[in-house]
Design a protein. Structure first.
Length: 138
């Protein structure tokens, strides 16, 4: 199969497939006599796997490790489970950070709304200094 056909089949761009090749996530494919890349079903399965785990938030370096485990004859589940648990903890930490950011934005909006009711409104966010921001974070 040529790269365009594989890209459509998996839902990736041709550039993404080339990127995965350059970053050693996908082995360099054989070439036709005309120099076109030729992919097999194993390549399609590997690309589908890469796309799926990237959608789960795994970075390229982490995907490389998962691909190594996938290539192992035994395909042990425990190391994959550990990686999934670590990824979940990371996502939960990011969610907590986003929730905190949401609270801070709501508070800033309340300050702006309160100030806008005044005749001579001065934006409290623009007046805020780094020191007051650091103290409020404590």
């Amino acid at each position: 199969m040529q790269i365009g056909i594989v890209a459509k089949r998996i839902g990736l761009s041709v550039d993404a497939i080339r990127f995965y090749e350059r970053n050693a996530l996908l082995p360099r494919p054989a070439r036709s006599q005309g120099g076109f890349r030729q992919y097999g079903e194993n390549d399609v399965e590997t690309l589908a796997f890469i796309r799926r785990v990237q959608g789960l938030g795994f970075k390229l370096s982490e995907i490389r490790g998962l691909l190594n485990l996938r290539g192992n004859r035994l395909q042990p589940c425990a190391p994959v489970r550990r990686r999934l648990e670590e990824k979940l903890v990371d996502v939960q930490r990011k969610l907590a950070g986003l929730q905190k950011l949401g609270r801070e934005l709501r508070s800033a909006l309340r300050s702006c709304n309160k100030e806008l009711r005044k005749r001579s409104a001065h934006c409290p966010i623009l007046r805020e200094t780094n020191n007051s921001k650091l103290e409020s974070a404590k």
